[in-house]
Design a protein around this ligand. Structure first.
Ligand code: SF4
Ligand code: SF4
Length: 58
C-alpha cells in the first residue's frame, strides 16, 4: 500500500520541513511547499517539524 504525506494550504512556506526531509522529497512551489510522493519514504519527520500543522497523511 502506498502512503503519502500531503502539504495543505495551511502551509506558510517557512521551509522547515524541507530542512529535515532525509530524501529531499520536499520542494518549494509557487505559494507553498509540496511533497513528491514518489520520493517520500514516509518517515514522518516533516510532520513533527511543521508548526502550522499543514502536513497530513493521506
Ligand atoms: S514546515 Fe509546514 S508551514 Fe513550513 S514549509 Fe513545511 S509544510 Fe509549510
Ligand atoms: S515524510 Fe519524511 S520522506 Fe516524506 S516528505 Fe516528510 S520528511 Fe520527507
Amino acid at each position: 500500500m502506498v502512503m503519502a504525506y500531503m502539504i495543505s494550504d495551511k502551509c506558510d512556506a517557512c521551509g522547515k520541513c524541507k530542512e529535515v526531509c532525509p530524501v529531499e522529497a520536499i520542494a518549494k512551489g509557487e505559494k507553498k511547499y509540496a511533497i513528491d510522493a514518489e520520493t517520500c519514504v514516509n518517515c514522518g519527520q516533516c510532520v513533527d517539524e511543521c508548526s502550522s500543522e499543514a502536513i497530513a497523511e493521506v
